[in-house]
Write a protein that binds this ligand. Structure first.
Ligand code: SAH
Ligand code: SF4
Ligand code: F3S
Length: 467
C-alpha cells in the first residue's frame, strides 16, 4: 500500500527546491504526495529561521497538526533551518515530533523514517562530510516547463543579522558537470527555463567539467551560464540570490552576451547607509551597489532590479533610513521585499545595545513599502504597449486562455490552446492589472491562425525549437 506524504514549505526558494527533492527521495520509498495534512502518514514541515515570526509559525502549525490528528502511526518530521538551529530543543517544546533533520541531511531521509517507524526519536543536524547532492536521486520530479536547479548552497559572508551561515553551513558549489547533466535531463523532459539557486549563487565556483575547453580550474557563474545557454531547449536562465560583492565583471558581461539570461536581477542591498552597511558586515558601500546597477543597465538597458531591505537594524538613525529611501529612489525597483529587523539568537547584531523601538521600525517600514509599491505599480504600468517574450506555462482561468511569464516574472494572460504550453511567444501587451498583464500573441514559437509574423527568429533559434 502506498503511504502518503504531506510537505509544508516555509521560507526561501532553496526550501521549495529541497522539498521537491525530499519528495523524490521518499517516492522511492513508496510515499505519494497528498494535499491533505490529516491524511498523511508522514508530515514534513520544511522550516525557515530567518525571522522570529517565521520560526514561531512552526510551533503553532505543529500544535494544529497534533490537534487535527492523522492515520495510526503517523510520523511528524521537522526539517529545514529551524531544525538546524534548534535541534533537539524542538522535541522539548513539541515532544510528539518524531524526526528533526537539518538541510544537509535529507538524502538520508529514508533511513530516518525507517528508524522513526521503529519508535526511535531521530535528530540529525550534523553537517555530513559527504555532499548531499552526490547522494540524491536525479531530479525527475520536475513539474512543468520551468525548474529550480541548486548550484550552490551555504554562505561564508556572516552578515551580522543573518542566521543562514549557521543553518546552511559553509559555501559549497556543485561541480559544473553534474549541473549541466541535470539541466540536459530537464531540457529533455520539456523544461525551457531554469532558475539557478544558491544562498550566494553568484559566489559559485564549481569544478569545471572534465575535458572542458578554456582555462583550467573552477568555473564562475558566468561561465556556467554560458554553457547552460548552449543546451538545446533552454530558452531562459535566471539565478538567485546574489550578493553585490560577487557581482563580477564577467557576470555583468554575460548579461550583455546571453539573450537567455533574463534582464531581471534580485540583488539585495539591505540598506542605503554606509554606516549601517558596515555594521551589517556587508563589506560594500551604497555607491558600490549603485555602480553595479549602472553597469548592468549599461550592458542591458532593459535590466529591471529587485531587492531586499531591512529597516530598524540596531543603531539605524533617521538619517540612515533617509539614505535607504534615497537609494531606492535612485535604483527604481521593479519589485522589492522589505522587513523589520528581527534579532536572531546567536547572531552578533542581536547583542547590540541600541535596538530600534518597534514603533519606529513600523513607521519606517510603512514609508519604505509605500515607495516600493509605487515603483512596482509604475513598472508594471510601463509594460502597456510593449512587446514582451513570454514562456507559456499553464491554462488560464477561462477556456482558451494560457498564462505565461514575462522576463520580469509577471503573469501574462493570452488566448492560446493548452498545446502551446512550453512555447516561447512574443506578446503585445494591451492592459495591465494588479496581478497580471493581458496581451495578444504576435510572434514566436506558436502563432494564432491568421497571424503570419515570422516572430523573433533569434529566440526560436537559440531555443532550438522549430515552430
Ligand atoms: N542570501 C541572501 C538573502 C538571505 S535571507 C542575501 O545575501 O541577500 C533573505 C532576506 O531576509 C535578506 O536579504 C534580508 O533582507 C532578510 N533578513 C535576513 N535576516 C534578517 C533579520 N534578522 N531580520 C530581518 N530581515 C532579515
Ligand atoms: Fe545571510 Fe548575508 Fe549570507 Fe545573505 S550574504 S545569506 S544575508 S549572511
Ligand atoms: Fe529561511 Fe533557511 Fe531559506 S532560514 S530563508 S529557509 S536558507
Amino acid at each position: 500500500m502506498t503511504k502518503k506524504l504531506y510537505i509544508k514549505t516555509y521560507g526561501c526558494q532553496m526550501n521549495v527546491y529541497d522539498s521537491e527533492r525530499m519528495s523524490d527521495v521518499l517516492a522511492a520509498q513508496g510515499f505519494a504526495p497528498t494535499e491533505v495534512a490529516e491524511d498523511a502518514d508522514l508530515v514534513i514541515l520544511n522550516t525557515c529561521h530567518i525571522r522570529e515570526k517565521a520560526a514561531e509559525k512552526v510551533y503553532s502549525d505543529l500544535g494544529r497538526l497534533r490537534a487535527a490528528g492523522g492515520p495510526a502511526g503517523r510520523l511528524i518530521a521537522v526539517g529545514g533551518c529551524v531544525a538546524q538551529a534548534e535541534g533537539v530543543e524542538i522535541r522539548t517544546r513539541a515532544p510528539f515530533v518524531d524526526i528533526v533533520f537539518g538541510p544537509q541531511t535529507y538524502h538520508r531521509l529514508a533511513d530516518m523514517v525507517e528508524r522513526a517507524t521503529r519508535g526511535q526519536a531521530v535528530v540529525e543536524t550534523d553537517f555530513p562530510t559527504e555532499a548531499k547532492f552526490d547522494h540524491l536521486p536525479t531530479a525527475t520530479g520536475q513539474r512543468g516547463h520551468t525548474a529550480f536547479v541548486a548550484v550552490q548552497e551555504g554562505c561564508d559572508k556572516f552578515c551580522t543579522f543573518c542566521v543562514v551561515p549557521y543553518t546552511r553551513g559553509a559555501e559549497y558549489s556543485r561541480p559544473a558537470g553534474a549541473i549541466l547533466d541535470e539541466i540536459r535531463a530537464l531540457a529533455a523532459n520539456g523544461v525551457r527555463e531554469v532558475m539557478l539557486l544558491g544562498q550566494n549563487v553568484n559566489a559559485y565556483h564549481g569544478a569545471a567539467p572534465e575535458g572542458a575547453r578554456g582555462p583550467a580550474g573552477d568555473w564562475t557563474l558566468a561561465r556556467l551560464a554560458r554553457a547552460i545557454a548552449e543546451i538545446d531547449g533552454i530558452a531562459r536562465i535566471r539565478y538567485t540570490t546574489s550578493h553585490p560583492r560577487d557581482m563580477g565583471g564577467d557576470l555583468i558581461l554575460a548579461h550583455r552576451d546571453l539573450p537567455q539570461l533574463m534582464p531581471y536581477l534580485h540583488l539585495p542591498v539591505q540598506s542605503g547607509s554606509d554606516r549601517i552597511l558596515k555594521a551589517m558586515n556587508r563589506k560594500h558601500t551604497a555607491e558600490d551597489y549603485l555602480r553595479i546597477v549602472d553597469r548592468l543597465r549599461e550592458v542591458r538597458p532593459d535590466m529591471a532590479m529587485s531587492g531586499d531591505f531591512i529597516v530598524g537594524f540596531p543603531g539605524e538613525s533617521d538619517a540612515d533610513f533617509e539614505a535607504t529611501m534615497r537609494l531606492v529612489e535612485r535604483v527604481d525597483y521593479a519589485l522589492a521585499y522589505s522587513f523589520k529587523y528581527s534579532p536572531r539568537p546567536g547572531t552578533p547584531a542581536a547583542d547590540l545595545e541600541d535596538q530600534v523601538p518597534d514603533e519606529v521600525k513600523s513607521e519606517r517600514l510603512q514609508r519604505l513599502q509605500d515607495l516600493l509599491s509605487s515603483q512596482q505599480r509604475a513598472f508594471n504600468a510601463s509594460m502597456t504597449g510593449r512587446r514582451l517574450p513570454v514562456l507559456l506555462e499553464r491554462p488560464g482561468r477561462h477556456a482558451g486562455q494560457m498564462v505565461g511569464r514575462s522576463p520580469y516574472m509577471q503573469a501574462v494572460v493570452v488566448d492560446a490552446p493548452a498545446e502551446a504550453a512550453g512555447r516561447m511567444v512574443e506578446v503585445d501587451i494591451d492592459t495591465v492589472n494588479s496581478f497580471s498583464l493581458n496581451g495578444r500573441i504576435t510572434g514566436g514559437e506558436w502563432l494564432p491562425t491568421g497571424i503570419t509574423t515570422a516572430g523573433d527568429s533569434r529566440i526560436a533559434a537559440s531555443a532550438g525549437v522549430v515552430s
